[in-house]
Ligand binder design. Structure first.
Ligand code: PHE
Length: 360
């Protein structure tokens, strides 16, 4: 057993010098594996005399344990080194300023819908919805626009086709968001406070009209809601929406079949140097139609007009988006031109909220 010291020196040196875990594993197999050198010596013990075997066995076991311990220690050291190397190479300076990357952009109409929803939500209005393909009852009759009423012609309605032989009146692409008044009151009754933003359709096309555009309907019904509440609500809305300290609104007597009395509302503004300013100047810009909900409209939605009353308004979303963000041509809104979207769009992760600033 004289060779044991040499064997020990050989393996301990090899273990000390090995550079990676694969090399270390080769050494383990060479020494302690089933056919390894130490294992071979162990199996030679069987042929020895009992007292010789005892001494040699003890020495071999010590050697085996020493080599095993050296292998384990080296393995742990190599593992640490690998981890340290990884930590060093994957190091990253988390204090570096972020490089903002635009992931698409939010269309001004979507942005404005989010903004006005935030403002009206703050005043206690919930969001209601209705279909864009609407029955003529919801779009017209229930809103006090009977078939022979001239307002039906003024709306330049798109009609859907009925199947051949089906004589019922055709469905229409809704010409305004007002049918959502009927749907919301029918579903929820009174009192109610809702806005209904969405798409509407009329056959019209020029610099300020597109066949599809967006409106937001407002509806507030309670026991004693008046025009004064309407005026305050609209002023609050305009101030918050246009992000100015004060606005001035002008109510002009008007006519809508579904409101009585009715008013169109203008906002004071100026166009000095081609730049629109809201809240000052000597120009007036029409921004919406409104009025007190007609008793017949309440009745059509199953609300008792002797008990409940309130206001409604309808406002063009694209129009107020153009005003607020200085966008000159409405048609470009719907042309899906990426250059236009990049120019007028909003960062995708900046949700408008009242506390954080609407368009900040
Ligand atoms: N529906 C009307 C329009 O499209 C606007 C409106 C809504 C007017 C509600 C009064 C009340 O022109």
């Amino acid at each position: 057993m004289d060779g044991l010291d040499a064997l020990k020196a050989k393996y301990l040196t090899a273990v000390a010098n090995v550079a990676d875990e694969a090399g270390l594993e080769d050494l383990r197999v060479a020494a302690l594996g089933k056919k390894g050198e130490i294992s071979a010596l162990m199996s030679g013990l069987g042929k020895m005399e009992p007292d010789q075997r005892k001494a040699a066995g003890a020495m071999l076991n010590v050697l085996k344990d020493e080599i095993d311990a050296a292998l384990r220690a080296k393995k742990a050291a190599l593992g640490d080194a690998a981890l340290n190397e990884r930590l060093r190479s994957e190091w990253l300076d988390v204090t570096m300023p972020a490089r903002p990357r635009r992931v698409g952009s939010i269309h001004p109409v979507s942005q404005v819908m989010e903004e006005l929803t935030a403002i009206f939500a703050d005043m206690g209005f919930a969001v209601a919805e209705g279909p864009q393909v609407e029955s003529d009852w919801y779009n017209f009759d229930a809103l006090n626009i009977p078939p022979e009423h001239p307002a039906r012609q003024e709306h330049d309605t798109f009609f859907m086709n009925r199947a051949e032989g089906d004589d019922r009146p055709p469905h229409v692409l809704r010409t305004h968001t007002s049918p959502v008044q009927i749907r919301a009151m029918t579903a929820q009754g009174a009192p109610i406070r809702v806005i209904a933003p969405g798409r509407v359709y009329r056959m019209d096309m020029d610099q300020t009209h597109t066949p599809m555009f967006h409106q937001v309907e407002g509806l507030a019904i309670d026991r004693n809601i008046s025009m004064a509440n309407l005026k305050w609500t609209l002023e609050e809305f305009c101030r918050a929406f246009f992000e100015v300290p004060s606005v001035e609104l002008r109510f002009r007597a008007s006519h809508f079949p579904f409101t009585e009395p009715s008013a169109e509302v203008d906002i004071r503004c100026s166009w000095e140097g081609g730049q629109l300013k809201i809240g000052q100047g000597d120009k007036w810009m029409e921004i919406l139609g409104s009025g007190m909900v007609h008793p017949k409209v309440l009745a059509a939605a199953g609300v008792n007009a002797a008990e409940w009353q309130g206001f409604a308004f309808g406002m063009g979303i694209d129009r107020i988006a153009m005003l607020k963000y200085g966008i000159p041509d409405l048609r470009a809104f719907f042309e899906s031109d990426l250059r236009w979207l990049r120019h007028y769009g909003f960062a995708a992760l900046d949700m408008p909220d009242l506390a954080g600033g609407l368009s900040a």
